[in-house]
Design a protein around this ligand. Sequence first.
Ligand code: GDP
Length: 395
Amino acid sequence: MGRRKKIVQECERLMDEPENIRNIAIAAHVDHGKTTLSDNLLAGAGMISDETAGEQLAMDTEEDEQERGITIDAANVSMTHEYEDTNHLINLIDTPGHVDFGGDVTRAMRAVDGALVVVDAVEGAMPQTETVLRQALREGVKPTLFINKVDRLISELQEGPEEMQQRLLSVIHDVNELIRGMTQDMDDIDDWTVSVEEGTVGFGSALYKWGVSMPSMQRTGMDFGEIMELERNDNRQELHERTPLSDVVLDMVCEHFPNPVDAQPMRIPRIWRGDDESELAETMRLVDEDGEVVFMVTDIAMDPHAGEVASGRVFSGSLEKGQELYVSGTAGKNRVQSVGIYMGGEREEVDHVPAGNIAAVTGLRDAIAGSTVSSVEMTPFESIEHISEPVITKS
Ligand code: GDP
């Protein structure tokens, strides 16, 4: 059996274990390294070759789009990662980094429970960092921070340990100020600020594929001095091998992002104004795959063979081929033609996609991004508001 086929089978097995699922987005100001980081994660999970990572082939779909004549607004991909002897299914949604795509970023946030916010160590938090944080927090999506391009501080700007520490602390401080300001009036969100000690902050270089966090430094025994030495002496391959970025980030994802079972009870009241005493509310809170089907479409893409593909989050029940489902705001029902998951931007058909997962569905001809699709008529999810921002000219 091919490697890819094996990964698909493992993903299918893990789809039925919501405790071991993490639905995440990577969000960043443009050019801060989101695409490079995403590719690293895919390579780390064995989805693309290590050499290809960094050349931005898997998630950066523009070329792909032209070649295959398809449009992918926010690429989705599922991968597996072993953490503490347990395999996890990580469903990653790539969010467009450009200001014009703000709407897509917001929609992607609806489908996930955790947002890895990437900030360039040299530029620091930028206006779009603020926007993506606001989008995440408003949707009840928990943030963690990855400070990228640390190689530049060491090798290019030749910063010493103290100067570098100051700079990193100031990025963390700025991000936490934003988080604090945005969550102070939210009763249901505890302290969602990020912290090096707790392991919700990672640092590194997506370009050179190394990364560190407090837990990773404890595990590998490497300290910042050694890391600086290796980076400065151009021993980046050794850095990558000894402290690979993908392990550090995916460990952080598994440890600190909530699984759907923990996330949905808190998220449902935020994004759905239906009767919270109803059975439907209960099955959504419980991520019950035996409940009625509730699917929120966050993106529609065109596939040259299959036509329109609706992707989004299954909040309850289990999506299967042949189901007749209501689409909010339209009359009648649509019949599901196929259900699948995304692997490196490619759709793989599977038998069913249960609650807690990101699914790719064909046959929902009346659905648009933002539609609520369900096996019983229901109050639709709150519409996804687009947070706009001023257009920034980069220097
Ligand atoms: P995105 O717009 O956030 O997706 O950013 P990209 O991943 O496309 O990266 C933008 C640019 O920054 C590209 O030229 C990357 O090669 C470069 N880049 C990304 N990560 C790093 C890093 O860790 N170090 C350095 N020096 N450059 C990086």
